[in-house]
Design a binder for this molecule. Sequence first.
Ligand code: N7H
Length: 482
Amino acid sequence: PLDLANVQGDILSGLPKKTQTYVFFQITNSNAFRTALAHLVPLITSTKEVVGHRQSIADNKAAAARNSHEPPLLEIVGVNVAFSQIGLNTMGIKDDIQAEPNPFKAGQLKDAQNLGDKGVTDKSGNFVPDWIDAFKHPVHGVFIISGHDHPSVSKKVHEVEHIFGVDGQHPSFKEVLKVVGDVRPGKEKGHEHFGFLDGISQPAVKDFDKHPNPGQETVRQGIILVGRDGDGDAKSRPTWALDGSFVGLRYLFQLVPEFNKFLLDNPIDLPGLTREKGSELLGARLMGRWKSGAPIDITPLQDNLKLGPNAKENNNFRYQGEIDSQTRCPFSAHTRKTNPRADLEDLPPSKGGPVSNETRRIIRRGIQFGPELTEEENCDHKTKHGRGLLFVSYQSNISNGFQFLQHSWANNTQFPPRDKSTVIPGFDPIIGQADGAARHVTGSNPQAAGNQLTLPIDFVVPKGGEYFFSPSIPALRDTFAL
Ligand code: N7H
């Protein structure tokens, strides 16, 4: 059985995160790094600790409601670590953890063109994506440090740096990039920069999430954790890989004022809808959910502020009965593209169905970075300050999970599979991409679903990323540390 003390805390439960710092590094002295790693291991936050912490929060709330006095809660500052293939090589860890074809070994830079990122081909014929420099050079690993406020997280970052001698004469790693992300303030808490509530739909993991919410599907542990039931490559991996997970990390910038302007300029024209409501409806139909989180498959024409944040109701839909229709939700909507639910699960045998979606499920973490919109950006409809989402996904196999969602679903204009005589769904309007070219979608207007809408620019722009492996805590202690 799964021992939650072995699994790093971000994977199954998510580190507590009002603010997170991601420290991307290159190992400069492998032996010193691996020796220091032994001192980091006691600081690594396990799933068991996060679950325990959440339970104490719940107990405290219940006690407060009863007016009984509980000791104040000690906040935790979480620390996790993950390594790229080059990082493993640099440490001299030679076991093959991932059979090919799989993009983990070659790294994300080599996968950028396949993911649809914008870039140019250099003189030697290599594709060079339009990324920041840090990700165009080898990144060996990342520390994820997460907590309730900036001072406590900075203190922990310094503690980690100190362990590896980064503040002294003989550092064993070099920091190549630090990204500080914050949950958005006030009412925007939980909402990403476009304004939509995020992090609603995650798969439940068997025997871990014991009480899934209505509509939340359960996946086998091996869909997320390496070596467990459901991991198709379990047999070919070294035993120490058990209970690790692969990380698809993307540094995604969002052009928020440009996105807002596009919605303002292209309101959906329906009888009885004001221009403003038409713009709001367009946003919801591009996303698959209203800003509140309410799914348009349940409430297609207006937002429902009670439903949005209600976990017992906001996932209870399947696009059922909509297999060849986009009356309630466009085929291309971001949520429908990245988790098509009944589109595959109820696909008739004549079209090759039904198809299970299980191996495509990922657990999404990550955090917003960058400032709130300024007055000036709002007025000029032009981004002046970088902001976006540091997207992190966990899965036991990157080519089944993140890579497949981006390449074969979001960027694939023919997905989900439709009756060819009807309409072509088009790109995922949020993350679908084709080297920066303009993109088309259909289905945005429920009364004229065949009409094409052109998105002149990408509103989400990848500026880097890497594939990592988040090892189990025993692997860090017994295999990685010297
Ligand atoms: Fe997406 N957004 O806020 O605009 N995403 N996403 N995503 N996404 C989801 O259902 C967003 C990205 C998935 O099960 C919601 O939790 C943004 C990538 C999946 O129904 C919102 C970016 C990939 C789901 C956003 C971004 C995915 C999902 C609705 C980039 C994978 C669950 C809230 C800047 C390749 C679908 C929710 C389901 C939902 C947003 C990126 C995948 C609001 C801004 C790169 C699987």
